[in-house]
Design a protein around this ligand. Structure first.
Ligand SMILES: NC(=O)c1ccc[n+]([C@@H]2O[C@H](COP(=O)([O-])OP(=O)(O)OC[C@H]3O[C@@H](n4cnc5c(N)ncnc54)[C@H](OP(=O)(O)O)[C@@H]3O)[C@@H](O)[C@H]2O)c1
Length: 351
Protein backbone atom coordinates (compact mmCIF):
# COMPACT_ATOMS: atom_id res chain seq x y z
CA UNK A 1 0.00 0.00 0.00
CA UNK A 2 1.24 3.47 -0.91
CA UNK A 3 1.70 6.17 1.73
CA UNK A 4 0.28 9.11 -0.22
CA UNK A 5 0.50 12.87 0.31
CA UNK A 6 -1.64 15.43 -1.55
CA UNK A 7 -0.61 19.08 -1.47
CA UNK A 8 -3.57 21.23 -2.56
CA UNK A 9 -6.14 18.61 -1.55
CA UNK A 10 -8.87 21.25 -1.14
CA UNK A 11 -8.42 22.90 -4.56
CA UNK A 12 -10.15 22.29 -7.88
CA UNK A 13 -7.61 19.65 -9.01
CA UNK A 14 -7.37 18.16 -5.50
CA UNK A 15 -11.13 17.60 -5.35
CA UNK A 16 -11.07 15.86 -8.73
CA UNK A 17 -8.16 13.72 -7.58
CA UNK A 18 -10.29 12.51 -4.68
CA UNK A 19 -13.23 11.78 -6.96
CA UNK A 20 -11.02 9.70 -9.27
CA UNK A 21 -9.20 7.85 -6.46
CA UNK A 22 -12.57 6.99 -4.92
CA UNK A 23 -13.43 4.91 -7.98
CA UNK A 24 -10.00 3.62 -8.94
CA UNK A 25 -8.12 0.65 -7.65
CA UNK A 26 -5.03 2.60 -6.54
CA UNK A 27 -3.58 1.04 -3.36
CA UNK A 28 -3.54 3.74 -0.67
CA UNK A 29 -2.33 3.05 2.84
CA UNK A 30 -1.68 6.24 4.78
CA UNK A 31 -3.17 9.44 3.30
CA UNK A 32 -1.79 12.85 4.31
CA UNK A 33 -3.59 15.96 3.04
CA UNK A 34 -2.21 19.47 2.87
CA UNK A 35 -3.86 22.84 2.29
CA UNK A 36 -3.33 26.46 3.23
CA UNK A 37 -3.79 27.60 6.85
CA UNK A 38 -7.37 28.51 5.82
CA UNK A 39 -8.15 24.79 5.48
CA UNK A 40 -6.32 23.57 8.58
CA UNK A 41 -8.43 20.87 10.25
CA UNK A 42 -10.97 20.66 7.42
CA UNK A 43 -12.14 17.05 7.03
CA UNK A 44 -12.05 15.19 3.71
CA UNK A 45 -13.24 11.62 3.21
CA UNK A 46 -11.79 9.05 0.82
CA UNK A 47 -13.05 5.46 0.60
CA UNK A 48 -14.91 5.89 3.89
CA UNK A 49 -11.85 7.16 5.80
CA UNK A 50 -11.85 10.76 7.01
CA UNK A 51 -8.61 12.74 7.21
CA UNK A 52 -7.96 16.28 8.48
CA UNK A 53 -6.16 18.78 6.28
CA UNK A 54 -2.72 19.75 7.60
CA UNK A 55 -0.46 22.68 6.81
CA UNK A 56 2.97 22.45 5.24
CA UNK A 57 5.75 22.49 7.83
CA UNK A 58 9.26 21.02 8.19
CA UNK A 59 9.16 17.22 8.36
CA UNK A 60 5.55 17.04 7.14
CA UNK A 61 6.45 14.68 4.27
CA UNK A 62 8.51 12.19 6.32
CA UNK A 63 7.63 8.56 5.57
CA UNK A 64 5.52 9.23 2.45
CA UNK A 65 6.11 7.18 -0.73
CA UNK A 66 4.35 9.45 -3.23
CA UNK A 67 3.27 13.11 -3.13
CA UNK A 68 0.99 14.85 -5.61
CA UNK A 69 1.58 18.61 -5.78
CA UNK A 70 -1.64 20.35 -6.88
CA UNK A 71 -1.31 23.76 -5.23
CA UNK A 72 0.47 26.54 -7.15
CA UNK A 73 3.81 27.47 -8.69
CA UNK A 74 4.79 29.32 -5.49
CA UNK A 75 4.06 26.30 -3.27
CA UNK A 76 5.91 23.90 -5.60
CA UNK A 77 8.91 26.26 -5.73
CA UNK A 78 9.12 26.25 -1.94
CA UNK A 79 8.06 22.69 -1.02
CA UNK A 80 9.06 20.26 -3.80
CA UNK A 81 12.71 20.29 -2.67
CA UNK A 82 11.94 19.37 0.98
CA UNK A 83 9.53 16.75 -0.35
CA UNK A 84 12.30 15.23 -2.48
CA UNK A 85 14.66 15.31 0.50
CA UNK A 86 12.11 13.25 2.45
CA UNK A 87 12.71 10.44 -0.07
CA UNK A 88 9.29 10.44 -1.75
CA UNK A 89 8.45 10.32 -5.45
CA UNK A 90 6.86 13.63 -6.53
CA UNK A 91 4.30 14.22 -9.27
CA UNK A 92 4.05 18.00 -9.64
CA UNK A 93 1.19 19.59 -11.59
CA UNK A 94 2.57 23.13 -11.36
CA UNK A 95 4.50 24.77 -14.20
CA UNK A 96 7.74 25.10 -12.22
CA UNK A 97 9.64 22.00 -13.39
CA UNK A 98 7.86 21.17 -16.66
CA UNK A 99 10.62 22.43 -18.93
CA UNK A 100 13.53 21.37 -16.70
CA UNK A 101 15.57 18.96 -18.88
CA UNK A 102 16.17 16.73 -15.83
CA UNK A 103 12.43 16.33 -15.15
CA UNK A 104 10.28 14.17 -17.45
CA UNK A 105 7.05 15.90 -18.51
CA UNK A 106 4.62 13.05 -18.81
CA UNK A 107 1.43 12.08 -20.62
CA UNK A 108 1.44 8.34 -19.92
CA UNK A 109 -0.14 7.32 -23.25
CA UNK A 110 2.67 9.14 -25.04
CA UNK A 111 5.89 8.99 -23.03
CA UNK A 112 5.55 6.85 -19.90
CA UNK A 113 8.84 5.22 -20.85
CA UNK A 114 10.68 8.52 -20.25
CA UNK A 115 9.34 8.48 -16.69
CA UNK A 116 10.34 4.85 -16.13
CA UNK A 117 13.84 5.38 -17.56
CA UNK A 118 14.34 8.46 -15.41
CA UNK A 119 13.14 6.64 -12.29
CA UNK A 120 15.62 3.84 -12.98
CA UNK A 121 18.40 6.47 -13.01
CA UNK A 122 17.32 7.60 -9.53
CA UNK A 123 15.22 10.67 -10.41
CA UNK A 124 12.11 11.06 -8.28
CA UNK A 125 10.56 14.30 -9.61
CA UNK A 126 8.07 14.16 -12.49
CA UNK A 127 5.91 16.91 -13.96
CA UNK A 128 2.35 16.86 -15.27
CA UNK A 129 1.72 19.17 -18.25
CA UNK A 130 -0.59 22.14 -18.72
CA UNK A 131 -4.25 21.15 -19.05
CA UNK A 132 -4.41 22.26 -22.69
CA UNK A 133 -1.21 20.50 -23.66
CA UNK A 134 -2.25 17.05 -22.41
CA UNK A 135 -5.11 16.42 -24.88
CA UNK A 136 -3.23 18.06 -27.72
CA UNK A 137 -0.21 15.79 -27.16
CA UNK A 138 -2.42 12.68 -27.10
CA UNK A 139 -4.07 13.65 -30.41
CA UNK A 140 -0.86 14.67 -32.21
CA UNK A 141 0.89 11.51 -31.01
CA UNK A 142 -1.97 9.46 -32.47
CA UNK A 143 -1.93 11.20 -35.84
CA UNK A 144 1.83 11.15 -36.25
CA UNK A 145 1.60 7.36 -36.43
CA UNK A 146 -0.16 7.93 -39.79
CA UNK A 147 1.95 10.77 -41.24
CA UNK A 148 4.77 13.03 -39.97
CA UNK A 149 3.47 16.25 -38.41
CA UNK A 150 5.04 19.47 -39.73
CA UNK A 151 3.05 22.29 -38.06
CA UNK A 152 0.34 22.83 -35.44
CA UNK A 153 -1.98 25.85 -35.08
CA UNK A 154 -4.23 25.92 -32.01
CA UNK A 155 -6.90 28.24 -30.62
CA UNK A 156 -8.04 27.31 -27.13
CA UNK A 157 -11.36 27.86 -25.37
CA UNK A 158 -10.44 27.39 -21.72
CA UNK A 159 -12.94 27.11 -18.85
CA UNK A 160 -12.61 29.13 -15.68
CA UNK A 161 -11.77 26.07 -13.55
CA UNK A 162 -8.41 26.14 -15.35
CA UNK A 163 -7.72 29.19 -13.18
CA UNK A 164 -8.75 27.42 -9.95
CA UNK A 165 -11.65 27.38 -7.50
CA UNK A 166 -11.82 31.17 -7.06
CA UNK A 167 -12.34 31.77 -10.78
CA UNK A 168 -15.26 29.30 -10.81
CA UNK A 169 -16.91 31.16 -7.94
CA UNK A 170 -16.28 34.42 -9.79
CA UNK A 171 -18.02 33.25 -12.98
CA UNK A 172 -21.05 32.07 -10.99
CA UNK A 173 -21.32 35.27 -8.90
CA UNK A 174 -20.77 37.54 -11.92
CA UNK A 175 -23.40 35.75 -13.98
CA UNK A 176 -25.98 36.35 -11.24
CA UNK A 177 -24.84 39.96 -10.75
CA UNK A 178 -24.99 40.83 -14.44
CA UNK A 179 -28.40 39.21 -14.93
CA UNK A 180 -29.61 41.18 -11.90
CA UNK A 181 -28.34 44.45 -13.37
CA UNK A 182 -25.48 44.78 -10.87
CA UNK A 183 -21.89 45.67 -11.88
CA UNK A 184 -19.44 42.80 -12.58
CA UNK A 185 -16.62 42.47 -10.07
CA UNK A 186 -13.48 40.80 -11.47
CA UNK A 187 -10.91 39.60 -8.92
CA UNK A 188 -9.42 36.20 -9.78
CA UNK A 189 -9.44 37.08 -13.51
CA UNK A 190 -8.30 40.36 -15.08
CA UNK A 191 -11.66 41.26 -16.64
CA UNK A 192 -15.30 40.23 -16.25
CA UNK A 193 -15.63 36.69 -17.59
CA UNK A 194 -19.41 36.20 -17.45
CA UNK A 195 -20.87 36.59 -20.98
CA UNK A 196 -17.37 37.55 -22.17
CA UNK A 197 -14.22 36.07 -23.77
CA UNK A 198 -10.77 37.07 -22.52
CA UNK A 199 -7.94 36.59 -25.04
CA UNK A 200 -5.30 36.46 -22.33
CA UNK A 201 -4.22 33.54 -20.13
CA UNK A 202 -1.01 34.23 -18.24
CA UNK A 203 1.24 37.25 -18.64
CA UNK A 204 2.30 38.84 -21.94
CA UNK A 205 5.81 38.27 -23.28
CA UNK A 206 8.00 40.49 -25.50
CA UNK A 207 6.72 38.94 -28.75
CA UNK A 208 3.04 39.49 -27.86
CA UNK A 209 2.39 35.85 -26.87
CA UNK A 210 1.16 34.92 -23.43
CA UNK A 211 2.93 32.54 -21.07
CA UNK A 212 0.05 30.03 -21.51
CA UNK A 213 0.50 30.05 -25.30
CA UNK A 214 4.21 29.34 -24.98
CA UNK A 215 3.50 26.55 -22.48
CA UNK A 216 1.35 24.87 -25.13
CA UNK A 217 4.18 25.16 -27.67
CA UNK A 218 7.12 24.21 -25.46
CA UNK A 219 5.41 21.45 -23.49
CA UNK A 220 3.99 19.84 -26.63
CA UNK A 221 7.46 19.78 -28.17
CA UNK A 222 8.98 18.24 -25.04
CA UNK A 223 6.36 15.50 -24.58
CA UNK A 224 6.46 14.48 -28.24
CA UNK A 225 10.25 14.78 -28.32
CA UNK A 226 9.95 17.04 -31.37
CA UNK A 227 12.02 20.04 -30.18
CA UNK A 228 11.64 22.01 -33.42
CA UNK A 229 7.97 21.33 -34.19
CA UNK A 230 6.36 24.63 -35.26
CA UNK A 231 3.44 25.19 -32.87
CA UNK A 232 1.45 28.41 -32.50
CA UNK A 233 -1.38 29.04 -30.08
CA UNK A 234 -3.96 31.65 -29.11
CA UNK A 235 -5.34 30.91 -25.63
CA UNK A 236 -8.73 32.32 -24.68
CA UNK A 237 -10.59 32.14 -21.35
CA UNK A 238 -14.29 31.45 -21.93
CA UNK A 239 -17.27 31.55 -19.55
CA UNK A 240 -17.65 27.78 -19.10
CA UNK A 241 -16.96 25.98 -15.83
CA UNK A 242 -15.17 22.78 -16.82
CA UNK A 243 -13.57 21.42 -20.00
CA UNK A 244 -11.12 23.05 -22.37
CA UNK A 245 -11.95 23.23 -26.07
CA UNK A 246 -9.27 23.42 -28.75
CA UNK A 247 -9.69 24.22 -32.42
CA UNK A 248 -6.67 22.58 -34.01
CA UNK A 249 -5.14 22.64 -37.48
CA UNK A 250 -2.42 20.03 -37.92
CA UNK A 251 -0.28 20.08 -41.04
CA UNK A 252 1.60 17.00 -42.21
CA UNK A 253 4.75 16.81 -44.32
CA UNK A 254 3.06 14.46 -46.80
CA UNK A 255 -0.41 13.91 -48.24
CA UNK A 256 -2.59 11.68 -46.06
CA UNK A 257 -5.68 9.52 -46.18
CA UNK A 258 -8.43 11.17 -44.11
CA UNK A 259 -10.06 7.84 -43.28
CA UNK A 260 -6.75 6.51 -41.90
CA UNK A 261 -6.50 9.57 -39.64
CA UNK A 262 -10.05 9.00 -38.38
CA UNK A 263 -9.37 5.30 -37.85
CA UNK A 264 -6.22 6.08 -35.86
CA UNK A 265 -8.18 8.41 -33.57
CA UNK A 266 -10.99 5.86 -33.12
CA UNK A 267 -8.62 3.05 -32.20
CA UNK A 268 -6.51 5.00 -29.69
CA UNK A 269 -7.08 4.18 -26.03
CA UNK A 270 -7.83 7.41 -24.18
CA UNK A 271 -9.57 9.10 -27.12
CA UNK A 272 -13.33 9.10 -27.71
CA UNK A 273 -14.37 10.21 -31.19
CA UNK A 274 -17.75 11.99 -31.27
CA UNK A 275 -18.01 12.91 -34.90
CA UNK A 276 -21.28 12.69 -36.80
CA UNK A 277 -21.94 16.29 -37.86
CA UNK A 278 -25.13 15.48 -39.80
CA UNK A 279 -26.68 14.34 -36.53
CA UNK A 280 -25.11 17.22 -34.57
CA UNK A 281 -22.70 14.88 -32.84
CA UNK A 282 -19.51 16.57 -31.61
CA UNK A 283 -17.95 16.95 -28.15
CA UNK A 284 -19.14 19.75 -25.87
CA UNK A 285 -18.20 20.89 -22.38
CA UNK A 286 -21.53 20.64 -20.61
CA UNK A 287 -25.06 19.99 -21.85
CA UNK A 288 -26.88 20.02 -18.48
CA UNK A 289 -28.30 16.52 -18.89
CA UNK A 290 -29.65 17.20 -22.40
CA UNK A 291 -26.96 15.33 -24.38
CA UNK A 292 -25.00 13.27 -21.84
CA UNK A 293 -23.24 11.23 -24.54
CA UNK A 294 -21.71 14.43 -25.95
CA UNK A 295 -20.73 15.94 -22.60
CA UNK A 296 -17.02 15.93 -21.79
CA UNK A 297 -17.15 17.41 -18.29
CA UNK A 298 -16.53 14.39 -16.03
CA UNK A 299 -15.19 12.24 -18.92
CA UNK A 300 -11.77 10.62 -18.61
CA UNK A 301 -11.04 10.40 -22.33
CA UNK A 302 -9.96 13.21 -24.62
CA UNK A 303 -12.94 13.81 -26.94
CA UNK A 304 -12.43 14.62 -30.61
CA UNK A 305 -14.91 15.70 -33.29
CA UNK A 306 -15.31 17.81 -36.44
CA UNK A 307 -12.41 15.88 -38.03
CA UNK A 308 -12.03 17.16 -41.58
CA UNK A 309 -9.60 18.14 -44.25
CA UNK A 310 -8.31 21.71 -44.16
CA UNK A 311 -10.14 23.52 -46.98
CA UNK A 312 -7.01 25.58 -47.77
CA UNK A 313 -4.46 22.74 -48.05
CA UNK A 314 -4.46 19.00 -48.76
CA UNK A 315 -1.79 18.49 -46.08
CA UNK A 316 -3.88 19.96 -43.28
CA UNK A 317 -6.34 18.32 -40.91
CA UNK A 318 -8.76 20.27 -38.74
CA UNK A 319 -10.42 19.00 -35.62
CA UNK A 320 -12.12 20.02 -32.41
CA UNK A 321 -10.88 18.67 -29.08
CA UNK A 322 -12.60 18.90 -25.70
CA UNK A 323 -11.02 17.49 -22.58
CA UNK A 324 -11.91 17.77 -18.89
CA UNK A 325 -9.11 20.06 -17.73
CA UNK A 326 -9.37 18.93 -14.12
CA UNK A 327 -9.35 15.20 -15.00
CA UNK A 328 -7.18 14.26 -18.01
CA UNK A 329 -5.75 17.79 -17.95
CA UNK A 330 -4.49 17.40 -14.37
CA UNK A 331 -5.70 14.91 -11.72
CA UNK A 332 -6.32 11.84 -13.87
CA UNK A 333 -3.10 12.31 -15.80
CA UNK A 334 -1.18 12.47 -12.50
CA UNK A 335 -2.86 9.31 -11.21
CA UNK A 336 -2.13 7.51 -14.50
CA UNK A 337 1.52 8.58 -14.11
CA UNK A 338 1.59 7.00 -10.65
CA UNK A 339 -0.17 3.87 -11.92
CA UNK A 340 2.44 3.62 -14.68
CA UNK A 341 5.17 3.21 -12.06
CA UNK A 342 3.08 1.29 -9.53
CA UNK A 343 5.39 -1.78 -9.34
CA UNK A 344 8.33 0.53 -8.61
CA UNK A 345 6.29 2.45 -6.00
CA UNK A 346 5.22 -0.74 -4.25
CA UNK A 347 8.77 -2.11 -4.36
CA UNK A 348 10.08 1.10 -2.73
CA UNK A 349 7.48 0.80 -0.03
CA UNK A 350 8.40 -2.76 0.88
CA UNK A 351 12.20 -2.20 0.72
N1 LIG B 1 -7.13 23.83 -12.78
C1 LIG B 1 -6.61 23.17 -13.80
O1 LIG B 1 -7.29 22.91 -14.80
C2 LIG B 1 -5.17 22.72 -13.76
C3 LIG B 1 -4.69 21.90 -14.79
C4 LIG B 1 -3.35 21.49 -14.77
C5 LIG B 1 -2.55 21.88 -13.74
N2 LIG B 1 -3.05 22.69 -12.76
C6 LIG B 1 -2.16 23.08 -11.67
O2 LIG B 1 -2.63 22.42 -10.48
C7 LIG B 1 -2.39 23.25 -9.35
C8 LIG B 1 -3.68 23.46 -8.59
O3 LIG B 1 -4.61 24.15 -9.39
P1 LIG B 1 -6.13 24.34 -8.94
O4 LIG B 1 -6.83 24.78 -10.15
O5 LIG B 1 -6.59 23.16 -8.20
O6 LIG B 1 -6.00 25.60 -7.93
P2 LIG B 1 -6.99 26.02 -6.74
O7 LIG B 1 -8.37 25.53 -6.96
O8 LIG B 1 -6.77 27.47 -6.56
O9 LIG B 1 -6.40 25.22 -5.47
C9 LIG B 1 -5.17 25.57 -4.90
C10 LIG B 1 -4.84 24.60 -3.79
O10 LIG B 1 -3.58 24.99 -3.22
C11 LIG B 1 -3.75 25.10 -1.81
N3 LIG B 1 -2.85 26.09 -1.20
C12 LIG B 1 -2.83 27.42 -1.38
N4 LIG B 1 -1.92 27.99 -0.56
C13 LIG B 1 -1.35 26.98 0.14
C14 LIG B 1 -0.37 26.92 1.15
N5 LIG B 1 0.23 28.03 1.62
N6 LIG B 1 -0.03 25.71 1.65
C15 LIG B 1 -0.63 24.56 1.21
N7 LIG B 1 -1.60 24.57 0.25
C16 LIG B 1 -1.95 25.76 -0.27
C17 LIG B 1 -5.18 25.54 -1.63
O11 LIG B 1 -5.60 25.31 -0.30
P3 LIG B 1 -6.83 26.14 0.33
O12 LIG B 1 -8.08 25.48 -0.20
O13 LIG B 1 -6.63 25.93 1.78
O14 LIG B 1 -6.69 27.54 -0.11
C18 LIG B 1 -5.86 24.61 -2.64
O15 LIG B 1 -5.98 23.31 -2.10
C19 LIG B 1 -1.74 24.53 -9.89
O16 LIG B 1 -0.33 24.39 -9.81
C20 LIG B 1 -2.18 24.56 -11.33
O17 LIG B 1 -1.28 25.26 -12.17
C21 LIG B 1 -4.33 23.10 -12.73
Amino acid sequence: MIRLGVVGATGAVGKELFDILEKRDFPIGELRLFGSPRSLGKKLTLRGKTESVRILEPGCFDGLDLIFFDASDAISKEWVKPALESGAIIIDNSAVYRLDPAVPLVVPEVNLQAMKDSLKKGNRLFAGPNCTTVPLAVVIDTLRQVAPVSRVIVSTYQSVSGAGTEAVAELRAQSVDILSGKPAQPKALAHPIAFNLIPQIGGFLEDGSTSEELKVRDETRKILDLPNLPVTCTAVRVPTVKGHGESVLIEFSEAFDLEKMKAALRSRTGITVLDDPKNRVYPMNETYGVSPALTVSGMDDVAVGRVRRDTSSDRGLQLWIVSDNLRKGAALNAIQMAEGILPELLARHSS
